[in-house]
Design a protein. Structure first.
Length: 111
């Protein structure tokens, strides 16, 4: 494995990064004294959840895509098919962050 890492072309690597936001403008967590409930108010409005995903390369950002929903399996497959795949060359390696820990990645080799 170490010999493969020494010969890896960094310009073939793509790290997928995903982030999301919600426009509901409320705090998700709060504190209250002595076991009392933490209460807050939220404005009455149409709230949205948006997700931005992009491929990060050594020299640029590739295939940025914004979706007006939380990223689910169907949307992720559509992103791979329509946005990311056209930017890859044979032998390209895509790393996807999996879970909340950075050291766990899923390796997808595109041919």
């Amino acid at each position: 494995m170490a010999s493969q890492a020494q010969h890896c072309d960094l310009f073939q690597l793509v790290f997928l990064s995903e982030t999301g936001l919600s426009t509901d403008m409320i705090r998700r967590y709060g504190r209250a004294l002595g076991g009392a409930r933490c209460r807050d108010a939220a404005p009455a409005s149409r709230w949205q959840t948006m997700t931005l995903i992009a491929g990060l390369r050594a020299d640029r950002i590739a295939a940025p895509w914004c979706v007006d929903q939380a990223m689910a399996g169907k949307a992720f497959k559509e992103y791979l098919r329509s946005q990311l795949r056209p930017t890859l060359k044979p032998g390209g390696i895509v790393l996807q962050h999996k879970g909340r820990r950075l050291n766990i990645c899923r390796l997808i080799i595109m041919t």
